[in-house]
Design a protein around this ligand. Sequence first.
Ligand code: SF4
Length: 492
Amino acid sequence: MMYLIASDFYTYHRPSKCALRVYLRHREITEGPLSPYDEVIRRLGQRHEETHLATFASVVNLRGGTREERMKRTREEVGRGAPVIYQAVLHARTELSGVECDVAGDPDFLINKEGRYVIRDSKVSKRITEKAHPEIFRQLQIYGWLYEKTFGHSPLRLEVHSGPGDLVEIPYDGGITALALLQEILSLKQDRAEPFSPVGWSNCGNCGFHDRCWPIAEKNRDVALVPGVDQGLAIALRQEGITTMDDFVARFDAITLAEYKRPRGGKSVRVGKDAASILQMARALVSGKETIIQPPDVPNHPNYVMFDLEGLPPQLDELEKIYLWGLQIYGERPSSYKAAKAGFGVDGDRQGWETFLAEANAIFEEYGDLPFVHWHIYERTKLEMYIERFGDRDGIAARVHHNLLDLHPRTESSIALPLPSYSLKVIEQYVGFKRTQDEYGGNWAMAKYIEATETEDDELRRKVMDQILLYNQEDLAATWAVFQWLRSKCAA
Ligand code: SF4
């Protein structure tokens, strides 16, 4: 008998789709603790659910009982037509791939609407779409199937109460799609050998098994460590027996790799124009030495503004919000650190934007036009988002936008580094930059900011905000360190 639960869909899809995670969790392999960011998301999710619970006048609350008691009470309460059942348990036995399976799920709410039940889950996520959250769709669909198996008729509707408070209907297909995925999950749980899942910098970064999988990949000199070798390419290479970066560089040149086909979006597509750069990255990793691809394109200017934003994604705030606009001038006439902070009140977001515009304007008045140096696309896209949100009456944001200088593509296109990622945090270490805080990072800063938002203790809030400001200031210093290192390569 195999035991399958609706949360298996989360294991499979979150934080990134990975078959190996299902296998490892089923075998109870030790995982790292939840990150502070995940803790915040969990806490906000609980609060969101409790707020929704409080909107119902009459609720049968099954929280706290054993699973067997809750299962029994669920059947009884549906049988007597209870208006709302909170934390029900649904269960059914079925055969999947010839294996007897116990399937269970705990929907947040069963809501009686004129004699039939709506199944509703509360989710803090803002975008409830199949593409963004397939695990939510499968979870609700398996609840629907469990309900149908238990009571002999389908639920009235499947719904998600989303982060912004909308009710989003999830299509019910009789459980076909969810059961097909459960069948896949079952086979992963039954596998004797570990399924192959290529590591990836962003895929594995927030996974609890990172500290297990990453060192193994490094020890094996896994080809998936090469920047540009995506999951599809790593899988295709493995099928041909090419598993290490050493085999990879020995087997391909830029022409043969460009013609090589990898699975992508259900099709088989050529590696194409990325081939030369992927091979350069692979050769740098194999040799342990950086290679100049072309002289970096870094304009000469006496002064530069280092520019870095800290923001909250939409699921952590009603709006996607920048809570800190960090600026500091480096070069011949350096400035002190300038931080435009969003206020904690209702108009805080606009205040943060206007303070930033005032700081940027003061810089232009003193220095004229100068590059605003940042790392990757976040700063550009958020600047555009805020111009759209609050306008740009005096054209200051447009002037900043015109002066943006993104170091990330300049670094990537000019130097092949013996590193598995071109993230700032990786490259700053490579160039010898050292931070003063043990804990840092965008997700760490978000969790800290939520802590600052929620506390009523002014002293604690000040302390937490000081840590975030120091982190942002060190991001600017790190960007400058990488900028100087890159500029030194112009002369090399
Ligand atoms: S660390 Fe990466 S490869 Fe390992 S289980 Fe997590 S996502 Fe999968």
